[in-house]
Design a protein around this ligand. Sequence first.
Ligand code: ADP
Ligand code: MG
Length: 756
Amino acid sequence: MTDPSSAPDPAQKSQAARQTQAAVKDPSALRPETDLVRVIGAASAKVIQQAFGYTTAGELLMHLPRRYVDVGEITPITALALGEDATVVATVTHASQRRMHNRRGFLLEVEVEDQDPESAGRLRMTFFNGFQAAKELLPGARAVFSGQVEDYRGQTQLSHPEYTLLGQDDEAEARPFPVYPSSGKLSQLRLRRTMATVLDGVSEGGFPDPVPGDVRARRRLPGLVSALESVHRPRQIPEAYAARRRFAFEEALLLQTVLAERRLENAGRSAVPRPGSADGLLAAFDAALPFTLTQGQVEVGAELARDLARPHPMNRLVQGEVGSGKTLVALRAMLQVIDSGGQAAMLAPTEVLASQHAATLRRMLGELALAGQLGGAERATTVELLTGSLPAARRREVLLNAASGRAGIVVGTHALLGDQVQFAELGLVVVDEQHRFGVEQRDKLRGGGEGDGQTPHTLVMTATPIPRTVAMTVFGDVETSILKGLPANRAPVRTFVVPVQLPAWRERLFSLMREQIDAGHQAYVVVPRITEDPAEEDATRARGADQADAAPLQRTALETMEQVLRAHPALQGVRIGTLHGKLAAEQKAAAMADFESGRTQLLLATTVVEVGVDVANATVMAIIDAESFGISQLHQLRGRIGRGGFPGTCLLVTTLEHEHPAVERLEAVAATSDGFELAEKDLETRREGDILGASQSGGRSTLKILRVMRDAKVIAQAREDAAEVVVPGWRERHPHLAAAVEARLDTSEAAYLERG
Ligand code: ADP
Ligand code: MG
């Protein structure tokens, strides 16, 4: 007897395989990649391409309706109520255009009548510059109109309603009408008809379902072909929404499948276990620690310790509130690795941060970082700093120490990724502020120790809290730890929105800084850009402000602000320093050192101080033109104060009127100090592509249907399912899913995996 499940019996082929075969048998079957010209003719295909850029059947079919008009909801005109959102079906009786008196453009006035047999109602509509409407809404045209019911000089009207023309056949069927996202010159009617032509050619043979059957059954999702039908030509509205959900799920599943595959790959790699030792550097460090670890540091520390001891590479993201002590957590992990004979590399996004980190690590380690030096402890190691701007001789020395294994920790920017950098025994890569690094860079770095087939462990730290759903979506191949709680010595930072057009507030701003400086503290003033030079302006804008809503904003330059500060009576005698990205590395280092030592009392800076800068004595920060920064950025910036047990004050300075929508974001930042809450708020106000990195890759948002916040549950389910599907050999078992994943990765160059 042969076991049919183990023998490759052609009769036992999966349904998926049979579908593929059917498609091969019928080469004329419509497929997603079929050129639209073949389906709808050259003329229509050209119109579609001009309107949306689509060239294939699959692309057009995934142009999903924005909403549906339910014929059940249609109101007779005579029953319309003022102020209501209403939908009517009516025939145009009259249309005329009128020039505007005091504005450019024209007003289209349309009168319609509905066919309520009892009492035909008349309704007036107006469209401002309705070029398309003027062409379509000719007397005799029938359409579904929806809009708000208004009163115009005693007459009922809809102003600028949405409408969709009705064809003869439409009427008979009493189905809900899809309303598609704005189609430019293409009328809804024409789009509906084009869609129908394409839909009529869709078959299971040409459109195999990438979502595995059992997953579909478990999640009660319709199959691909029936979902396409339901979403474009629903018989009832709930059916349309069920189909929509299926497409959202499919999108989530593809993404999660990619991530699950990365996890699988990772699990297949091996790493040298680094369990540490009971009487090594870490033990000595802990014993000398001047404070106790927070509960969160203990818990996350234990997780990391466990991961590092495994023979597979750790791949973990630690997120924590600003000031929660992530650096300490990372250092303890690095010490454990050193205790097991490995080295650690720590990557920072900027040179300022890298040298800060090196200094911080050396300070935290004290005599434990002085190997081979006078006063060094017996088990000591060394911390080296490698940046692009090191003098050649020093650079050689650092490289030598990395290659010989003498340096336990090497801190640097992406210069560390350079091919010349060799480690004797790279055991752990720590990436600080991961959102600035692309995934490729990280992969390259991880490959750094791979000569012997061993992958170093990776620890990613981000100071920008990431909402759970985004973490699942963007970092889905990474284990996540959340560092909760702040060290006990943290004092609260109070945040105020300062409307600077009011002179009293403006003066208060300067006198507050003066008071703090007189009390022995220090102050930051942060500005959105360096110079008034327009070229530089573009560069700053590209990395800074992340809101699309920004009208031309006031963006005070550092140069301008420096003059204001130096001239201000309240600040006479205050030692002012400046720090920005255009300074040479040694100038930056000097500016930071001056501020750290207190030689500089007021530091005027751009966002280079955003992350990681740690000067405990600073108690006040004024952020100028605060609306030009994103929510997360503002939260990061204010995390620089209130670090030394002294309460801090953060002033979000704006020239905007209180009513301006951007001020709402500032109020949100002022209202809470919870970074996770703000991250969610940030997410709501940003476009998805920004979060997922698509904006950097220059493309449109890669997530089409899925909305990260709204579809959290769908994403979680897809993650579960993907984890089950993706086991060794899954690609053979689920060829259609595999093909869809490939297609998706090709077209979007994995943009949504780019954490850049
Ligand atoms: P994060 O990187 O999470 O914003 P840091 O690692 O820069 O925070 O820590 C901020 C400051 O808090 C540092 O000066 C650090 O030495 C100190 N610190 C860290 N952990 C503790 C603790 N458990 N108790 C007191 N101070 C701590
Ligand atoms: Mg930090």
